[in-house]
Design a protein around this ligand. Structure first.
Ligand code: FRU
Length: 496
């Protein structure tokens, strides 16, 4: 069995490479029963460099099988981020035999510029051939990258969204054959952090919850610095796409309020019978990316199902369709198969100091999920501490002022490896009928907090030293409560 999974900080159910450096997810595509996950990978070391596409597959978005390097750096040209599609109609002519070709559209980085290249596979992604006619898009620009392509049924053509990173602009292109591209339109500069860049765009249609079939389009873009919790992060626009142009109908919003969710992209070709839009993000931040793990670095978030929810948000302009849609993210349902033991936790009467609510030995595997409800009452704050150890904890709570859920990792373990790592990250949260609901996914070196059924998320890496953690709860005064708490102990892939 895989010894590497024994490392104390090794994620058990979040994807990580066995050795070496990883960043963005790439080429997410579903084909023939397999979810493919390609990723930015350095085959030669544990920090960024020699960027190539690593590869893994999964039948259930939960258990991943590592596969050999898919697209290597070659002749000084690195294989930067991009996407994959299944060319069902053989528009590209790359098919050999019965199976449709899988086509990767990715950025070639080298010789002082960034261009868009193709590679194709005729054996379900196992081996790849670079297209002899590369590049397929070259505008002589050093910051032109991260193409995401989808088939647009209504106009019968491929549409690409790709970023002019320095300009904070995304460009839309169209093609009939994936080889010849013509510009359709541009979007930006726009967004929150005007000074930062844009990379890794994604553009897709999403259902509105309870909207009786109503859909809207989402444009997601990532910035290398200046994001909500500091360092890199993503923002999204909600609006319309008419086959040519994307129009935003509300201001940009933050994708995730933690520090460690970057460059999410969504799976292509999930069958309509399934109907989900699922994405995954790099569980890291460029600013603090040299995290204290070796001989590997970085993991992915859990895969998340997306939808839109109309909320009376702070920027809702008054009941029309122009404001108040938030992107809802939920862990994919497949992850529930990891629950090996579930029980409800009694939390009556906890105030201050925090009281332990787990049994000795219960969390030795250090992988669990917690569903809980916070009732703030009139208290200043209420919440939990997880991964507690000797003078060590990560706190998750609700603060009445300013009305936000927070993750505080200042005492979470090793925070000294980078001066910007220790911190406290807040997400605005609605109190609905006196309650805020939380779902926490905890792995060996991470926490993801899904707030109010996914309408905000805080994703943070943590590097605890404690091997025998407990969960503690606290409430600022008697009016506040932590209630309805269910603990799910999850399967650790490594069984000691
Ligand atoms: C984003 C990014 C992309 C680029 C890749 C290089 O994290 O900078 O824009 O394609 O990483 O590894």
């Amino acid at each position: 069995s895989a010894d590497y999974l024994r490392e104390p900080l090794r994620p058990q159910y979040h994807f990580s490479p066995e050795i070496n450096w990883m960043n963005d997810p790439n080429g997410l595509v579903f084909h023939d029963g397999e979810y493919h996950l390609f990723y930015q990978y350095n085959p030669a070391g544990n920090s960024w460099g020699h960027m190539s596409w690593g590869h893994a597959v999964s039948a259930d978005l939960t258990h991943w099988q590592h596969l050999p390097l898919a697209i290597p750096e070659a002749d000084g040209i690195m294989a930067f981020s991009g996407c994959c599609v299944v060319d069902h109609h053989n528009s590209s002519g790359f098919r050999r035999g019965d199976q449709p070709a899988m086509v990767a559209i990715y950025t070639g980085h080298g010789n002082g510029k960034q261009v868009q290249n193709l590679a194709y596979s005729n054996d379900n992604g196992r081996t790849w051939t670079k297209y002899a006619g590369n590049p397929v898009l070259d505008i002589d620009n050093p910051d032109f990258r991260d193409p995401k392509v989808f088939w647009h049924e209504a106009t019968g053509r491929w549409v690409m969204v790709v970023s002019l990173a320095k300009e904070k602009v995304v460009v839309l292109y169209a093609s009939k054959n994936l080889k010849d591209w013509s510009e359709l339109s541009r979007f930006g500069p726009a967004g929150v952090a005007q000074k930062s860049n844009w990379e890794c765009p994604d553009l897709f249609e999403l259902p509105v919850e309870g909207g009786e079939g109503k859909t809207l389009w989402v444009l997601e873009v990532d910035m290398g610095s200046g994001s909500v919790a500091g360092g890199s992060g993503g923002e999204y626009f909600v609006g319309h796409f008419d086959g040519t142009r994307f129009t935003a109908t509300q201001e940009a919003k933050w994708v995730d309020f933690g520090r460690d969710f970057y460059a999410p992209v969504s799976w292509s070709d999930i069958p309509q019978s399934d109907g989900r839009r699922i994405w995954i993000g790099w569980f890291n931040n460029w600013q603090t990316c040299l995290v204290p793990t070796s001989p590997w670095r970085s993991c992915m978030s859990v895969p998340r199902t997306l939808s839109l929810r109309k909320t009376p948000g702070r920027d809702d302009s008054g009941g029309d369709d122009s404001g108040g849609y938030v992107l809802v993210q939920r862990p994919v349902k497949e992850l529930q198969q990891l629950r090996v033991h579930s029980r409800s936790i009694q939390t009556h009467g906890a105030t201050w100091p925090p009281v332990a609510v787990t049994k000795p030995g219960e969390l030795t595997d250090r992988v669990f999920e917690l569903e809980t409800t916070l009732k703030p009452g009139t208290a200043r704050s209420v919440g939990l501490r997880i991964r507690t150890g000797d003078d060590e904890f990560t706190e998750v709570g609700y603060d009445r002022e300013p009305g936000a859920v927070y993750v505080d990792r200042r005492k979470s373990g090793n925070v000294a490896f980078h001066q910007a790592f220790a911190g406290r990250h807040e997400a605005p949260a609605r109190v609905l009928d006196g309650e805020v609901s939380l779902r926490l996914l905890v792995d060996r070196s991470s926490i993801e907090v899904f707030i109010n059924d996914g309408e905000a998320v805080i994703s943070d890496r943590i590097f605890p030293s404690g091997q025998k953690p407990t969960i503690e709860v606290f409430a600022g005064d008697e009016s506040a409560q932590v209630t309805a708490t269910t603990l799910h102990v999850l399967d650790s892939i490594w069984h000691p």
